[in-house]
Ligand binder design. Structure first.
Ligand code: ZN
Ligand code: FE
Length: 255
């Protein structure tokens, strides 16, 4: 049976994406252990692996407690300070979770943090705090150039890729996207759909890369409307997509 992917909520708006079959589960970015342990107990599942995308505590804070209960491999970025990793990985590495018959490719996507990674496999992308639904992560340790290149790398994956991000930020992100691209009708449709999901208490994720390319301003830095809004924000004329990206990232920080 194909593994299912389910969200476990953590903190206010984090998702611990959980891949599971009848007997085993692997978790991505367990910032908290308690909700994961509760889920595993309730579903009578055994933990098989932990995958981390970057070193921030809301993504790795639960690992130490989880490995006290389950001795499992802990995959994560080679060049970030995560004491609990057993398998440091970077671009080009492949990881497998035999209990779930799943394999993932590791992609380097720096920008939010210095060595942030993504896991891509079986049409699913786990991208932590780099690509969000209709948004992107803040530049804490990387440059606009790095983040733009990382987002471009993700955008080059197939359109039907399912995008599993680390946080439920979608509605706020759509609000900002509408300020950047007021004429983008796909944004209105997305807002209506995602508002309905939130009203029903459901996640707006996964999204698809096709949706992101149609609505996410950070993937649309070559669109005339996005360039125009970036120029208005800057009070200067720029067309280079990296500078457009840097402008709207800065704008979003103040939005
Ligand atoms: Zn983060
Ligand atoms: Fe986070």
């Amino acid at each position: 049976m194909e593994p299912r992917i389910v969200p476990i909520s953590a903190f206010k708006d984090n998702y611990v994406w959980t891949l599971r079959n009848e007997r085993h589960a692997a978790v991505v970015d367990p910032g908290e252990a308690r909700p994961v342990l509760e889920y595993l107990a309730r579903e009578k599942l055994e933990l098989a692996a932990i995958l981390a995308t970057h070193h921030h505590p809301d993504h790795v804070g639960g690992i130490a407690e989880l490995v006290r209960h389950y001795r499992v491999p802990v995959f994560g970025p080679k060049n970030e300070p995560i004491a609990t990793l057993t398998h440091p990985v970077s671009e080009g590495d492949r990881i497998s979770v035999p209990e779930l018959a799943m394999q993932f490719e590791v992609l380097d996507i720096p920008g939010h943090t210095r060595a942030h990674i993504a896991y891509y496999g079986a049409g699913a992308l786990f991208c932590g705090d780099t690509l969000f639904a209709c948004g992107c992560g803040r530049l804490f340790e990387g440059t606009a150039e790095q983040m733009f290149a990382s987002l471009s790398k993700l955008a080059a994956l197939p359109d039907d890729t399912q995008v599993y991000c680390g946080h439920e930020y979608t509605l706020a992100n759509i609000g900002f996207a509408k300020a950047v691209e007021p004429g983008n009708r796909a944004l209105d449709a997305r807002e209506e759909r995602d508002r309905r999901l939130r009203d029903a208490g459901k996640p707006t994720l996964p999204s698809t890369l096709a949706d992101e390319k149609a609505t996410n301003p950070f993937l649309r830095c070559r669109e005339p409307a996005v360039i125009e809004s970036a120029n208005k924000y800057l009070g200067a004329r720029v067309a280079d997509p990296v500078r457009v990206f840097a402008a709207i990232r800065d704008w979003k920080n103040r939005f």
